[in-house]
Design a protein around this ligand. Sequence first.
Ligand SMILES: NC(=O)c1ccc[n+]([C@@H]2O[C@H](COP(=O)([O-])OP(=O)(O)OC[C@H]3O[C@@H](n4cnc5c(N)ncnc54)[C@H](OP(=O)(O)O)[C@@H]3O)[C@@H](O)[C@H]2O)c1
Length: 263
Amino acid sequence: MSTSRQFAIVTGASSGIGRELAKVCASEGFDLLIAADEPEIERAAEEIRALGAMVETVEADLSSTEGVDQLVDAAIRIGRPVDALLANAGRGLGRGFLDQDFGQARQVIDTNITGTVYLVHRIGNDMRLRNAGRIMIVGSIAGFVPGSFQAVYNGTKAFLDSFSFALREELRGSRVTVTCLMPGATETKFFERADMLDTSVGTAKKASAADVAKIGFAAMMRGDGDIVSGFKNKLQSAVAQVIPAGFLAKQHRKYAEPGSAGS
Ligand SMILES: NC(=O)c1ccc[n+]([C@@H]2O[C@H](COP(=O)([O-])OP(=O)(O)OC[C@H]3O[C@@H](n4cnc5c(N)ncnc54)[C@H](OP(=O)(O)O)[C@@H]3O)[C@@H](O)[C@H]2O)c1
């Protein structure tokens, strides 16, 4: 790999926001180690190499300790300091909690929370030792709202939003920054995978993943603590901070209840 460029890890880079984040990184002078759970990551790598970056891939299940270790081992083998970690891999799950398959619900928690914090722990320690680095955690404005019919997912994003601010504070005074990217509904495979195509939010017009990625990347490079992408989302998240949780949960039903599409 070339050494004049910086080096970033992007998880969940095979599709959606993560793929776009990896493309922005490549265009802005980063070589990359990208990861996802399925072979599509190789096609993403080819697309990103065409932008002039050196790209290595890891296919691993980042909900597991072993999967995260595989990614970190690959970074160690590459032998370059990680200038930026973009912890984006995540998944959603619709339907009422008691109707969900518990294994799938657990996979959401293990991917979004356990895998993410373990990866941040491993790479973050190295960054702290070097007193340099940028961490982006992809949370969500969903973290501000108790998500009826997406209860586990919203809970994981509330965790990540909170965790990101806390870690940033712990690293204050160092040269390691932590930025929480909080997108609103974005056009990706997310809603299909979460079995939410019969919901209002699943069928609504959404932000483009490329726009969200550009906004998030710029915030990370500025070292901002958080960035909510999009004016409407900014407004919604500001309002959510002052509205009672019970009311928010009731409102969320309208977006996410199965069969709410078109209503
Ligand atoms: N779309 C939205 O409306 C929205 C809004 C706010 C926040 N977000 C967040 O944005 C992030 C990216 O989601 P997206 O919307 O871009 O969805 P997406 O198109 O489904 O992309 C998800 C990415 O994460 C990877 N991934 C999921 N589980 C994984 C696992 N266990 N191990 C390794 N890789 C895994 C997927 O790879 P594989 O296909 O290989 O599993 C894929 O590359 C997520 O954290 C999501 O919560 C999305």
